[in-house]
Ligand binder design. Structure first.
Ligand code: GTP
Ligand code: MG
Length: 195
């Protein structure tokens, strides 16, 4: 995908109204620190346009990045962040749930899972939400550079089993360090935009 322009167009907090966008949206969900904002930077060809941090809980709003005036990448807050109160967790959960439920332009939800870890209960719940809301999730196995090449197949298998994925669900291993997997994700997005 050729990235000509990127703009952080809308930032939504808990009380904000969601934007009424008219271009297709692609959302990125997953546990705090899994690499959502890093993936979005890679897909924007920008080093640190979306703010990232080694501390979990960096993205606390829903951020809409306008790409080429043709589509949006939607950076969601991470779940499962231990250091915030139950109340805040519940609010973030509601915000994500509300977004999934009420976004007519949402075309695809990418669910990010760290390739090194078995999916958690929260990951399973998120997966079920995505399916329940009528989307076909695409799984991105992040931080691919952190494991040996010989371990990739096995890790993907564990991930598939953990989420109970059917063979129709795509799992794309990705590294924000090496950008491996980026073309495949771009291709998927382009196909969806053009279909
Ligand atoms: P929240 O906004 O807190 O939900 O986190 P996030 O999912 O947006 O994660 P973020 O992109 O901020 O990345 C978290 C940390 O993981 C940062 O220190 C990144 O540099 C690191 N990271 C992200 N992706 C990769 C990757 O593919 N490989 C490696 N080695 N590190 C990564
Ligand atoms: Mg983030």
């Amino acid at each position: 995908m050729i990235i000509k322009t990127v703009e952080l167009e809308t930032v939504c907090g808990i009380t904000s109204k969601l934007p009424e966008n008219t271009k297709p949206e692609f959302a990125f969900a997953g546990k705090s620190n899994v690499g959502k904002s890093s993936l979005i930077n890679a897909l924007m060809n920008r080093k640190s346009f979306a703010r990232t941090s080694s501390q979990p809980g960096k993205t606390q709003t829903i951020n809409f990045y306008n790409i080429n005036d043709a589509l949006y990448y939607v950076d969601l807050p991470g779940y499962g962040y231990a250091k915030v109160s139950q109340e805040v967790k519940a609010k973030w959960g509601k915000m994500i749930e509300n977004y999934l439920h009420k976004s007519p332009m949402l075309r695809c939800v990418f669910l990010l899972i760290d390739i090194r870890h078995e999916p958690s209960e929260n990951d399973k719940t998120m997966y079920d939400w995505i399916v329940y809301n009528g989307y076909q999730p695409v799984i991105i196995a992040t931080k691919l550079d952190k494991i040996k090449r010989s371990q990739v197949q096995k890790s993907v298998k564990i991930l598939r089993q953990g989420l109970g994925l059917g063979s129709d669900v795509m799992v794309i291993p990705f590294s924000a360090e090496t950008k491996q997997g980026r073309e495949e994700i771009w291709e998927m997005i382009s196909e969806t935009v053009n279909s």
